[in-house]
Write a protein that binds this ligand. Structure first.
Ligand code: FAD
Length: 475
């Protein structure tokens, strides 16, 4: 009988895994992807949808035809239960009906649960604040943003609040890109002078981005991401509120706590605030029917894999804490990759506000990292099918991150910060001074980055649709 592999989630991690499984195993395995909505979303371009500089139909494509072409079975449903004792998953279709699917290997790549409810009053469902974390959210955000643009065009003054909507939110990079694209768009429209932009973030300092920032050498001189982002904010005339955790949102007002200050609030006419991410609420069930979700996940709902989750203080964190093969320590045929796996700890420093809130930018698992993990898990499953232990590693303290932060989507007037850091998670055992290989850390700002970001959009959508030559484009 062919080995049955079930991939839950068709995002950066799951879809990449499915492509590689199909490439590596072909018809030697039965590969099934379960994901709701029949859609792959290219998240990096949602910031352009949110400012109206890219139509939303350019950032996603239908999965079913791709899977049909590469011989992968696709189920348009969401997983609700994983039974690792019985090797089955229970999936729920749009009409509420449920089915059971058996597997020999399972990858949980279900991404984040957007926990708007973690901050009272936050999110599109309240109408108080907006988000760019899905196609629909970015479309709604665009509609609200264009209303503000119309007000500005009529001569009114408006305040736009952009940043993180929870003390432990992540994805600061995406929020920062949205901020800089709003700034660029308002300048292009000649309306910037009437708009006040406020950047409110849980990062301890500008440019931290949840990865403890970056240092680079420019012509032998040390430069930091913090100083660059500070100067970008200054140049753009953006007011920055750093180390701040939003605790409540009301119409036109956000309340926040900040280390070293009394609780405060900020008023706004428009807000785009990223929510806290948690694991997708899946139930894990043992062979005897008992609920083992707490044993297989961390308190944030993400799945425990082969990392070291022992509680430690910040200065005790080690590169070797990070998972290598992304397999459950309890079930040899169950993996989690991308945002779905639980990071052993945050990379960014925590601050405590006098009100008690812990303010900490939590670890981002970017698209590139998620793709690398998806490919790694695919290779490890192939190892196991071939009777070998998993041999492919992709620790976040080993892999690089390449990010291009857009600061304006225009062929002639665009700009972007191109950032490469190696590794993502600092490893002071290997690189005692900075925790990173400084030969492989760069940071450049300019028009070239804007072109690269646009080119990556097209190149990756080509790759992810499994078009000819796709394996040549790296994750
Ligand atoms: C606005 C924005 C901009 C970004 N920009 C960048 C960038 O420029 N560069 C970069 O590297 N990263 C960027 N990121 C981060 C990047 O999008 C994430 O790192 C990446 O999407 C994580 O991949 P993933 O596969 O873990 O999750 P996702 O891509 O979110 O995929 C999760 C999948 O699981 C599915 N799913 C959910 N629930 C279930 C369920 N119960 N059962 C089955 N399937 C389920 C979802 O439908 C989806 O298909 C950005 C993110 C955002 C929000």
């Amino acid at each position: 009988m062919k080995p049955r592999i079930v991939v839950l989630g068709a995002g950066f991690a799951g879809h990449t895994a499915a492509l590689h499984l199909s490439r590596l195993l072909g018809r030697r395995a039965e590969i099934t992807v379960v994901s709701p909505g029949n859609r792959f979303t290219w998240f990096p371009s949602l910031i352009w949808v949110g400012t109206g500089t890219m139509p939303s139909d350019e950032v996603h494509f239908k999965l079913a035809p791709v899977y049909e072409r590469i011989g992968v079975h696709y189920i348009d449903a969401r997983a609700v239960e994983i039974h690792p004792g019985d090797n089955t998953v229970i999936v729920e279709h749009g009409d509420g009906s449920r089915n059971t699917h058996a597997y020999d290997y399972c990858l949980n790549a279900t991404g984040p649960f957007l926990n708007f409810a973690g901050t009272p009053g936050l999110g599109p469902q309240t109408g108080n604040s907006w988000s760019v974390c899905s196609v629909e959210h970015a479309e709604q955000t665009c509609e609200q943003y264009l209303r503000i643009v119309a007000d500005l065009a009529r001569g009114q003054r408006r305040r736009l609040l952009i940043g993180t909507g929870h003390p432990t939110a992540t994805c600061e990079g995406a929020a920062f890109e949205y901020l800089m694209n709003v700034d660029a768009d308002l300048r292009r429209r000649g309306l910037r002078e009437r708009a006040e932009l406020v950047w409110l973030s849980n990062e301890p300092e500008p440019g931290d981005f949840g990865v403890d920032g970056i240092e680079v050498f420019h012509s032998g001189v040390l430069a930091t991401g913090a100083s660059l982002v500070r100067s970008l904010l200054d140049e753009a005339d953006v007011q920055a509120v750093m180390g701040a955790g939003i605790t409540k949102v009301e119409p036109g007002k956000a309340y926040y706590e900040q280390a070293g200050s009394d609780p405060a609030s900020v008023e706004f006419d428009f807000a785009m605030l990223i929510p806290q991410f948690r694991g997708i609420p899946l139930q894990y069930v043992a062979a005897d029917g008992s609920d083992i979700s707490k044993e297989l996940t961390q308190p944030n709902g993400f799945m425990t894999v082969d990392g070291d989750y022992t509680p430690k203080s910040y200065d005790q964190y080690r590169g070797s804490d990070w998972p290598a093969v992304y397999r459950s320590p309890r079930y040899e045929n169950l993996y989690a990759a991308g945002i779905a796996f639980a990071p052993p700890h945050a990379l960014s420093k925590a601050k405590k506000a006098p009100g008690g809130a812990v303010i900490q930018a939590t670890t981002p698992r970017t698209g590139m990292a998620a793709g690398i993990m998806g490919r790694t898990v695919a290779q490890n499953i192939v190892d196991q099918i071939n009777g070998r232990p998993p041999s492919h590693h992709a620790r976040m303290s080993e892999i690089p991150a390449a990010c291009i932060a857009s600061m304006g989507n225009s062929f002639w007037h665009g700009s972007a910060a191109s950032i490469i850091m190696t590794p993502v998670a600092r490893d002071y055992e290997r690189y005692p001074k900075y925790g990173r290989d400084m030969r492989l850390c760069t940071l450049e700002v300019g028009l070239g980055g804007a072109w690269t970001k646009r080119a990556l959009h097209s190149a990756f959508l080509w790759k992810l649709q499994a078009r000819p030559g796709w394996p040549l484009i790296p994750e």
